[in-house]
Design a protein around this ligand. Structure first.
Ligand code: 5GP
Ligand code: ZN
Length: 111
């Protein structure tokens, strides 16, 4: 979609620190990380939010979650633990209107 920052990143029209990509998804570092490790898992297809998901998107959501697990392993937070967050709508904290899954982790252990 025109003027969508995540569509532009997916099409390489805007830069991002990409860690993983395939035909369906692109994964890159959040520009303003809210945790020591913060990646965004973004479908290449423009879907506004979880509210716009259809039955046919089941596979895509499954792939997003499985990719989150893969990324967590790759960046070394699989065992220490991490949060996966979908913000939905303005009241849910969503600012970018293109579906994305936050992967947050890397906090120091408190003894
Ligand atoms: P939301 O609040 O919509 O769930 O999260 C959007 C996230 O996208 C925010 O954490 C924000 O820092 C990140 N973000 C916004 N614009 C850009 C950008 O141009 N590049 C990257 N890498 N991240 C962005
Ligand atoms: Zn988009």
């Amino acid at each position: 979609m025109k003027d969508c920052i995540f569509c532009k990143i997916a099409k390489k029209e805007e830069k991002a620190e990409i860690i993983h990509e395939n035909d369906n998804l692109i994964v890159f570092k959040d520009i303003k990380p809210k945790a020591p490790i913060h990646y965004l898992i973004v479908p290449k297809k423009h879907i506004k939010s979880i509210n716009e998901l259809k039955e046919e998107n089941k596979g895509l959501i499954g792939e997003m979650v499985l990719t989150a697990k893969k990324i967590a392993g790759k960046v070394g937070i699989k065992d220490s633990g991490y949060k996966l967050i979908f913000n939905v709508g303005r009241g849910g904290g969503q600012i970018v209107d293109h579906l994305h899954l936050h992967v947050l982790g890397g906090w120091k252990k408190s003894s």
